[in-house]
Every structure is written in structure tokens, then in C-alpha cells.
Design a protein around this ligand. Structure first.
Ligand SMILES: Nc1nc2c(c(=O)[nH]1)N[C@H]1C(S)=C(S)[C@@H](COP(=O)(O)O)O[C@H]1N2
Ligand SMILES: [Mo]
Length: 374
């Protein structure tokens, strides 16, 4: 018998005790890059610095290639739209902080073997597109509609299952206004770049990255709950492999710090000199607006609330925080944590699950402060 898909596509697993990052994880890490943390300084992440995550291959879609978005299933009137057609609907631009549900995974013990993010799987962009609810209104969802399924043009195999990348939203989320889901064709005022979903993608403000289907080619309204791989198998919070688990949905609060001072090339260790060291970073939550940010300069023993930039009306984007630290010679660990309006905050102990999803362990940055003449 010839090779089978399950020969090339293994089951999910955890790294063994002391097992280092493998070649398979390295290959994913070079394809799927993170945000350099110094780029947390920008309100809107400059092109190329936004994180990228793609399960399979980036589809090749030349500028002049025809593209059709179909909308069908349990609707009165199926639609088949070109990108030019999509652009004729009223356009909305929303600033959105996007974070991969696997952010922080490589810091967990035991480590789920997958894309090995540290903390940098985040970015903020201005997405322009048509509100999904306008398209669904035009198509007219049937009374028995339950889910709306989104299919990307990328194809692959994952844990032995061959598939197109596909995710769904409940109808009430797909047609909601808080957040308002977009079928986007522009990122930061320019057509979507290939790696971010050219020519069309879904944007679901406040939800982890997996919901924002790139290279969107089909929308299907169903009368039953969607049970595709990326819902029923992946993106569930499980302690044991046999559990059903809870689905991953909205982004839990997280704050990150621009590592201060200057880095060593190889170790990335941070070096500062004694005295005033400005600290800044960003905080976000997809559940409710961030209301406070605290910093610790003694490895989490004591915390103090720091300044937040005024709310700027961008509900779905991160908020800047800032603080001035007086550094004294020695070794320090800086940490930061965010709390949102619903009282969700970040844990000091790792919130562990088998996929390493939705974990928002506080960010720790070791810093060496030299002697004044060091
Ligand atoms: N079609 C398709 N859409 C996709 C993915 C994918 O692999 N294929 N990856 C998802 C995941 S897991 C994340 S985190 C985001 C990343 O979006 P970005 O690369 O634009 O930052 O895209 C999502 N949309
Ligand atoms: Mo992701």
C-alpha cells in the first residue's frame, strides 16, 4: 500500500520533559513571523511588522486574476460577487488589534508542539471593507439559519485531515454590530497584501486570529452547527485529548512591554544604565475595554498602576500605556498586566491547555542595569 496522509500528518502532541524546539517548529517560526516588540510604539503597525500566521500555503492570486466570493446555503438569494462588486457596498474602516490564539504557547510547560510563539503574535491594522451583515441582509438568511461558514482558498492537511481552511460564526455574531464583522479588501489604506489574505478576508474585531478567514472565497449559511476541523478538533480549550473542550472565541486581556534599553544580538538580553528609564507598551482585550495597566519592576512581587493614553475611540484596538522607571544597578525583571472593564485580568501562573490557546500569562522582561561607568 502507498503512502497515506496520516503518514505525513501526525496527531497533536506535547513536547517531552526538556525537549527543545524542533526543526518542524523552527520551520513554522520562519514562515510565521511575529511583531518585533519595539514596534509596539506605533498606534497602527507599519506594513511588514504585523504578525503573520498561515496554516498551509499563501495562495498565488495575481493582481488581475478574477476572484469570486460566493454567498449561499440557507439564503433566499445566493450572491456571486467580484472584488469590484464588494467595493460598491458602503465601506467601513475599523482599527483592530489582532492576536493569534496560540500567542505565548512556546513559554508553556509542557509545550504544545505547534507554531512556537513567545509573546509577539499581535499587530494592529486599519481594515476597510463591507459589513458582513449588509451582504447577509441582501442574501436574506432563512429563518432556520444557525451558523455562517467561511472558506478560504488555501488547502492543506492537518492532524491527518485534508481540508480547505474553514471557520464559522453563529448567525447572531455574523450579523452583529458589537463587533461589526467585515469582509475586508484593504489593510492600512492599500489592497490586502498576499500574506494577509489578498484579495478578501474576514475581520472579526475582538476575536482571536483564527476567526479572521483570509483569501475568503465562500460564505455558506447553514441550518446546523458547523463541525469542521478548525472548530471541533482545533481551537478548543482542553486539559485532556478526549474532552470536547470549550471553543476559543474572544481575546483575553494582555499587555506587552517594549523591551527597554538595548539588546544583545544573540541572547536578546536587555541592557540599561542607571537612572530614569522610560517604559511603554500596549494593552488590549477583546472582551471589554482595558481599564487599568500595572507594572512590576521586582518580578511580580509588587505592582503599581501606570498611565494610560486617553481613550481614542478605537474600541477594538490596543491602548498605549507608559511609566518612568528609576533603574538601579543589578538584575531586574519587569512585568506588565492589563485588566478590562469586565474585571478580567492576567494570571501570574500559566493558564495551560493542550493547544496552548488563549493563554495570557503576564509578560516578563529580564533587564540588566549596569553600574554607572559599566
Ligand atoms: N484562510 C486562512 N485564514 C486564516 C488562517 C489560515 O491559515 N488560512 N490563519 C488564521 C490564524 S490562526 C490567524 S492567527 C490569522 C492571522 O492573520 P494575519 O496573518 O493577517 O496576521 O489568520 C487566520 N486566518
Ligand atoms: Mo492563530
Amino acid at each position: 500500500m502507498g503512502p497515506r496522509l496520516t503518514d505525513v500528518s501526525a496527531r497533536a502532541r506535547l513536547a517531552g520533559p526538556g525537549e527543545d524546539i524542533g526543526r518542524d517548529e523552527l520551520a513554522l517560526a520562519t514562515r510565521n513571523h511575529g511583531l518585533p516588540l519595539e514596534a509596539l510604539r506605533y498606534d497602527v503597525t507599519p506594513p511588514g511588522l504585523h504578525y503573520v500566521l498561515t496554516h498551509y500555503d499563501i495562495p498565488y492570486v495575481p493582481e488581475d486574476a478574477p476572484w469570486h466570493l460566493t454567498l449561499g446555503g440557507r439564503v433566499r438569494r445566493a450572491l456571486r460577487l467580484t472584488v469590484a462588486d464588494v467595493r460598491t457596498y458602503p465601506a467601513v474602516t475599523t482599527r483592530v488589534t489582532l492576536e493569534c490564539a496560540g500567542n505565548g504557547r512556546a513559554l508553556l510547560t509542557p509545550r504544545p508542539v505547534s507554531q512556537p510563539w513567545l509573546v509577539e503574535a499581535v499587530g494592529t491594522a486599519e481594515w476597510t471593507g463591507v459589513p458582513l451583515r449588509l451582504l447577509l441582509t441582501e442574501a436574506g438568511a432563512d429563518a432556520d439559519a444557525v451558523d455562517v461558514v467561511f472558506t478560504g482558498a488555501d488547502h492543506g492537511v492537518e492532524r491527518g485531515v485534508e481540508q480547505d481552511y474553514r471557520r464559522a460564526l453563529p448567525l447572531e455574531v455574523a450579523t452583529g454590530t458589537e463587533p461589526e464583522v467585515l469582509v475586508a479588501y484593504e489593510m492600512n489604506g492599500a489592497p490586502l497584501p498576499p500574506q494577509h489574505g489578498h484579495p478578501l478576508r474576514l475581520v472579526v474585531p475582538g476575536w482571536y486570529g483564527m476567526a479572521h478567514v483570509k483569501w475568503l472565497r465562500d460564505i455558506t449559511v447553514t441550518d446546523g452547527a458547523f463541525t469542521g476541523f478548525q472548530h471541533a478538533v482545533a481551537y478548543r480549550l482542553r486539559q485532556h485529548p478526549e474532552e470536547d473542550g470549550e471553543p476559543v472565541t474572544r481575546i483575553a486581556p494582555r499587555a506587552l512591554l517594549v523591551p527597554p534599553g538595548f539588546p544583545d544580538f544573540m541572547s536578546r538580553a536587555r541592557v540599561v544604565r542607571p537612572g530614569a528609564v522610560p517604559l511603554e507598551g500596549r494593552a488590549w482585550s477583546g472582551r471589554a475595554p482595558v481599564t487599568s495597566v500595572e507594572v512590576s519592576t521586582d518580578d511580580g512581587r509588587t505592582w503599581r498602576e501606570v498611565g494610560l493614553d486617553p481613550r481614542d475611540g478605537h474600541r477594538w484596538a490596543w491602548r498605549r500605556w507608559h511609566h518612568e522607571w528609576t533603574a538601579a544597578p543589578g538584575d531586574h525583571v519587569l512585568s506588565v498586566r492589563a485588566t478590562d472593564a469586565e474585571g478580567h485580568t492576567q494570571p501570574l501562573e500559566q493558564p495551560w491547555n493542550r493547544g496552548g490557546f488563549a493563554n495570557n500569562l503576564v509578560h516578563r522582561v529580564p533587564v540588566v542595569c549596569l553600574d554607572r561607568d559599566g
